[in-house]
Design a protein around this ligand. Structure first.
Ligand code: B12
Length: 210
C-alpha cells in the first residue's frame, strides 16, 4: 500500500476500502503523520474539485464520511505518537433548537485531518454547555452551525454568554450554515463566517494564528 494509493482512495471516495487501506499503510509506513498527510492531500483534491464544480455536495458528504472511516483507524495511532504536541482546540456545535449536523460533521472531519483537536458537542447545544466547555478545555476557537433562520439568534446568545463569563476575548467565534452571511454573522457577534467547510478550515487556520 503506497501513500499515493491512499490519496487516490479518498479522491475516488472509496469508503468501503479506506479502513483496510489505512491499517495496511500504518503497518508499512509506521509514521501516522505521513498517512495523515496522504489523506489530507486527497481531501485537498476533493476540495479543489468541489470548488471547480467537478464534484458536488454528494461527493463532499461522501468524502467526509470516507475520512471519518479513515480516522477511526488513524486517530489512536496519531494520539499515541502525538502526546507532546499541543494542538489548537476547536469546540464545534450546532446551536440550540437545530438538529442539522451533516455540515458540522464535514467540518469536524476536515479539521481533524488538518491537525486540530476537535471537541464536537453535537447538535441542539445550549449556550451554557458551550461556555462551560470553553472554560474546561481552554479552547481558542468556537465554531457554530445554524441551518434554520429560526435559530441563528442563538449565535448572539452564545456570544453574549461568553462575554458575561469574561471569555469573549479569549476565543474566536466562527459560524456557518445556509441562512448566514458575513454581514449577519458580524451583527450576531461572530468574528468570522464561512460559506462551506473547506473555506471554514482555511479561516479557522487564520483565526488560530491571531
Ligand atoms: C438534511 C436536512 C434535514 C435533516 C437533518 C439531518 C441531519 N442529521 O443533519 C432533518 C430531516 C432532520 C431536517 C429537519 C428539519 N429541517 Co431541514 N434540511 C435538510 C436539508 C435538505 C439539507 C441540509 C444539509 O445537511 N446539507 C448538506 C450540508 C453539507 O450542507 P450545510 O449544512 O449547509 O453545511 C455546509 C455549509 O453551510 C458549511 N457549514 C455548516 N455549518 C457550519 C459551521 C461552521 C462553523 C462553518 C465554518 C461552516 C459551516 O459547511 C458545510 C459543508 O460545506 C436542508 C436543505 C438544504 N438544501 O440545505 C433542509 C433545511 C435546512 N431544513 C429546513 C427545515 C425547515 C427543517 C425543519 C424545521 C422541517 C420540519 N418542519 O420539521 C426540521 C427542523 C428540525 C430541527 N429542529 O432542526 C429548512 C430551513 C429553512 C430556514 N431557512 O429556516 C431547509 C433549508 C429546507 C427548506 N428549503 O425549507 N432537515
Amino acid at each position: 500500500m503506497n501513500l499515493e494509493t491512499l490519496t487516490e482512495l479518498i479522491i475516488e471516495l472509496e469508503i468501503e476500502d479506506i479502513a483496510d487501506a489505512v491499517k495496511e499503510a500504518l503497518k508499512e509506513v509506521k509514521d501516522p503523520f505521513k498517512v495523515l498527510k496522504a489523506l489530507t492531500l486527497g481531501m485537498d483534491e476533493v476540495g479543489r474539485r468541489y470548488e471547480e464544480k467537478e464534484y458536488y455536495l454528494t461527493e463532499l458528504v461522501l468524502a467526509g464520511e470516507t475520512m471519518k472511516e479513515a480516522f477511526k483507524i488513524l486517530q489512536p495511532a496519531l494520539a499515541a505518537a502525538d502526546k507532546s504536541q499541543s494542538k489548537t482546540k476547536v469546540i464545534l456545535a450546532t446551536v440550540k433548537g437545530d438538529n442539522h449536523d451533516i455540515g458540522k460533521n464535514i467540518l469536524a472531519s476536515l479539521l481533524l485531518s488538518s491537525g486540530f483537536e476537535v471537541i464536537d458537542l453535537g447538535m441542539d447545544v445550549d449556550e451554557t454547555t458551550i461556555v462551560e466547555k470553553v472554560k474546561d478545555t481552554k479552547a481558542s476557537i468556537v465554531a457554530l452551525s445554524s441551518l434554520l433562520t429560526m435559530t441563528v439568534e442563538e449565535i448572539n446568545t452564545v456570544h453574549k454568554t461568553l462575554q458575561d463569563a469574561g471569555l469573549r476575548d479569549k476565543v474566536k467565534l466562527i459560524v456557518g450554515g445556509a441562512p448566514l452571511n458575513m454581514d449577519l454573522a458580524s451583527k450576531l457577534g461572530a468574528d468570522d463566517f464561512a460559506e462551506d467547510a473547506i473555506d471554514g478550515v482555511k479561516r479557522i487556520k487564520r483565526l488560530a494564528e491571531i
